[in-house]
Design a binder for this molecule. Structure first.
Ligand code: HEC
Length: 144
């Protein structure tokens, strides 16, 4: 082989090593990420009870969740449709898991107001629901 050909062969080998080396370094990087990023969120509530709470009129708040939210689509009612909220919730705030975001959306709705929506969610759900009921609601949201 002429010397120029060796250069071409060497370039090929380097390119090949580059493509092999890339996935390995990606695996190493993902191993270094803190575990909460990949951990499956643990939700202790009962989604069936949560569904019932969602559509039940709550006298203390004067309204039901279902008056403002659909669960069968992402379309607007008063608030955003909650279909696929289990996925969207985890992407709203960096580092906040889906169940944590949903909990915050219910207890402190003004902390994160969804773009193009008014800040009209009742602010007293913490007085309406017990901790168990709140977990049931969150578990239900995670099924949507
Ligand atoms: C008076 C109407 C109203 C009621 C009742 C209401 N919401 Fe909302 N909700 C909204 C609106 C409007 C938004 C969007 C603005 C915001 O982020 O606060 C919203 C946002 C949300 C979000 C965040 C959605 C997203 O895409 O990030 C969740 C989750 C949610 N509501 C759950 C509930 C649950 C559970 C209840 C019952 C406990 C409830 N809402 C009751 C109006 C309401």
């Amino acid at each position: 082989m002429k010397p120029q050909h060796w250069v071409i062969v060497a370039a090929f080998l380097l390119a090949a090593c580059g493509t092999i080396a890339k996935p390995i370094s990606e695996i190493e990087v993902s191993n270094m990420l803190p575990s909460p990023v990949t951990a499956t969120p643990v939700v202790s509530g009962d989604p069936v009870k949560g569904a019932e709470l969602f559509s039940t009129f709550q006298p203390v708040a004067g309204i039901a969740c279902s008056t403002c939210h659909r669960v069968d689509s992402e379309e607007r009612l008063v608030g955003p449709g909650l279909l696929h909220i289990s996925t969207r919730a985890g992407q709203r705030i960096a580092g906040e898991s889906a169940p944590d975001y949903v909990r915050m959306s219910i207890l402190e709705p003004s902390t994160y107001v969804v773009e193009d929506y008014p800040d009209v969610m009742p602010k007293n759900w913490g007085k309406v629901f017990s901790e168990d009921e709140l977990n049931d609601l969150i578990a239900y949201m995670m099924t949507l």
